[in-house]
Write a protein that binds this ligand. Sequence first.
Ligand code: TRP
Length: 461
Amino acid sequence: MNNTENRLSHSPREKFSGKLGYLMATAGSAVGLGNIWRFPYLVAKYGGGIFILVYFLLIVVFGYALVVTETALGRSTGKSPIGAFGTHSNKRWTKAGAWINAIVPAIIVPYYCAIGGWVVKYLIEYLKGNASLLATDAYFGSFISNALTSELCFFVFALATFLVVIFGVKKGIESGSKIMMPLLILLAVIIAIYSVTRPGAIEGVKYMFIPNFKNFSTMTLVAALGQMFYSMSLAMGILITYGSYLDKDVDIEKSSIQLGAFDTGIALLAGLMIIPAVFAFSGGSAEALNSGPSLMFITIPKVFESMGFANIIGAVFFIMVLFAALTSSISLMETCVATLADQFKWSRIKCCIMVFVFILVVGSASVLGYGPWEFVTIFGMQVLDFFDFLSNSLLMPIAALFTCLFITRIVGLDKIENEVCLSSQFRLKKLYRISIKYIAPVFLAIILISSIASVLGIISM
Ligand code: TRP
């Protein structure tokens, strides 16, 4: 479902097969572990309703503007980030901005594969009929502290990603995920309804949707912003590349809004599967809510166990999640490969192998950092959390800031607006202008400063 950047080197440039093709590709890159695994644990951890409210406001106020900007920049230049920035300027800071956009996927993909490995493990256990074992509290911890098993699962997922990218058999995965994605949504709706109707679950629904301002902290804002970038695949050049495959008659404004709505819808659905269940099955204790990356893996098996037919439901669910995760990891890896191939003119195979080795090394550290190497922390974070923080809370805001400055200082807002107007009236033009010129840069700067301050221990979040 994801379109790829490696097409870049082919000319003339291929185009999407129309509006639907574009929407499927962007939705495919947007929907992944970010929605199903990451969003629910952040909501649980960073204040429930208030987190969702902040997330929502951020999307409306500048997530939307960034989607429009990246897409229009890609379509007008017909290039991927480094090329698109380079078309307009040769200044050193614009080059740096382009590179930061290009580096982000390389930081995400190793730990994305680590989480993919957890999905593989749970799938295998459900296939083996171990549903009740998975539903026990200690299971996740014991799995992750076993270096051999957890490394093996990570390796399987990373290898699958690598094989698809190197053999270019993406089509098979994509047509598979065209069936899997709608089914995943259907199953998620059923699970969410089941979760929400458990005794005690309503407290979880309230926690999710009634903002409690007491729960607000700087971290709510930092985490919500990072999640917005991550979930919509923003600030890493993906949408610039997709925009470059886009026909001039596709309504950029409308498709950006659709993308945001779709992505947020799926995230909320995943939240409704998981958070009410935390209240129904673990009493909504602070400890459960704060469990972070492991939340989905601890909670969902309990839901399945209580639903009955846990082995079947679990296997079906994790197969679908696996597909959603694979389409994303493939597209992330391919982005890295394409950047290397474009910039250094190395062969595709060489680039694939280099990226794969990089994934194995950095990803392994993330996997071990959750288990046997628990004592290794970087700025007080476990290895996986550190990479997550580095990409989402530091590099992506920096990349987005560069993009805003680049658009207002070098390309000119008019150019972007004209590009959007080729295919629509651009009804939200005023909001767009204010956002890119003022709101986005100021917010981004504030958020960046607070992330850095928190890492250095100047403020506590
Ligand atoms: N948005 C994806 C998700 O929600 C993750 C992701 C981040 C991604 N950047 C990407 C996917 C680039 C594909 C390409 O899981």
